[in-house]
Design a protein around this ligand. Structure first.
Ligand SMILES: [Fe+2]
Length: 371
């Protein structure tokens, strides 16, 4: 870790959960079609410039804001806090860190009141709020549910160059690590962190950043995810599917990764596990274990490692992207010197021979091999 972020004396705000993401999209009609007509998110409110969407079990005004703009990017990662007073704590915490802090009594989006937005020490636009307009929770409205119904916002995933630096700051903010990916040399490639008692509210993925890797919505069951794949096929829009469906090693969840019309990545996710006890065990994965990202050992496409969305500062300008200097997960698992194994006892041989997987089952894409 270089240049660690100091721990503020001011206590952090008590965060409940990830609540919504504000996305800037370049073609509002195309994005509305993707999120509403294809994925079935519910429109709470909309006008010519903004669409406010929610999942079927949500009772707050929105989980996703689509805002028309010139550059596709993320304008806010927004968290709900436990009480209105927590906003004072957020202001004190980030002011002590020297961050830019902006508070609006009437909120930054419709349906939400007093809110604090900051550019955090990692360069991400973070928001905190308590006051919110309640809307109908559609959990019992099965007449509205589609076969691929999205029922909750589950998590964010952020790309940042120095994962341990990010984790230390997030722990100061009150998050707990549930799982991570490391190697024997002590490099950390990614970490999953939670406030609500699931595997995560956000994850830090090592790479050039600050960028947004994905936003994830939950379904009830695995078959709902299969139904989304079938629908995309039927619509001749399978090119929206980037990776999956599959079973994650990390988080044990069933997953699917899609790309929206601007390339923003959306994960559909279901059936991770309870993490709410104070002594919940941290799960650490070896970066060379080819079941960490996909439990069935299916390859991770290179775009999944390299591509991500820009994030904005509080004036709406894209944040400059800083390159990762630690080795990348793709390089150590895919490149000419990369290797993976399926069984831990094969680890040493995999490193020596750089490949112990059968040629037809390279646990990851080998550049120049299958591409
Ligand atoms: Fe995810």
């Amino acid at each position: 870790m270089t240049d660690p972020i100091p721990t503020p004396l001011a206590p952090p705000p008590d965060i409940l959960r990830c609540a919504y993401m504000e996305l800037v999209v370049t073609d509002l009609a195309a994005s509305r079609n993707f999120y509403v007509d294809v994925l079935g998110l519910v429109v709470t409110e909309e006008d010519d410039d903004v669409v406010y969407l929610r999942s079927l079990e949500e009772f707050i005004h929105h989980n996703l804001v689509l805002r028309k703009g010139p550059t596709a990017a993320v304008a806010a990662f927004s968290y709900r806090v436990r009480s209105p007073e927590e906003l004072d704590r957020a202001v004190a915490f980030y002011t002590e860190l020297g961050c830019r802090v902006e508070r609006r009594a009437d909120g930054f989006t419709r349906g939400i009141g007093d809110s604090v937005r900051v550019t955090d020490p990692l360069g991400f636009p973070y928001e905190f709020f308590y006051d919110v307009e309640h809307v109908e929770r559609l959990a019992w409205r099965y007449d509205l549910h589609t076969p691929g119904a999205l029922v909750r916002l589950d998590h964010f995933n952020q790309v940042t160059p120095d994962v341990p630096r990010a984790v230390k700051y997030m722990e100061d903010l009150g998050f707990r690590v549930t799982e991570d990916i490391q190697d024997a040399e002590g490099t950390t490639y990614a970490a999953w962190m939670r406030r609500k008692p699931t595997v995560h509210d956000t994850a830090m993925t090592g790479g050039d950043g600050p960028r947004m890797h994905h936003v994830a919505f939950a379904t009830h069951e695995k078959h709902n995810i299969i139904a989304i794949c079938d629908k995309l096929g039927a619509l001749r829009r399978s090119d929206r599917i980037e990776r999956g469906p599959g079973r994650h090693g990390v988080s044990n969840a069933f997953y699917l990764y899609l790309r929206d019309p601007d390339g923003h990545r959306v994960e559909i996710y279901t059936q991770d596990y309870y993490t709410g006890d104070p002594d919940n065990p941290v799960v650490t994965w070896d970066v060379h274990d080819n079941q960490r990202r996909d439990w069935w050992g299916n390859p991770v496409v290179p775009s999944w490692y390299t591509e991500a969305s820009l994030v904005l500062d509080l004036d709406g300008h894209p944040q400059p992207v800083v390159a990762r200097t630690d080795t990348s997960e793709m390089a150590v698992t895919i490149g000419a010197d990369g290797f993976s194994y399926t069984r831990p006892e094969d680890s040493a041989r995999a490193e020596a021979e750089a490949d112990v997987l059968p040629s037809w089952k390279q646990g990851e894409y080998k550049l120049g091999h299958q591409l």
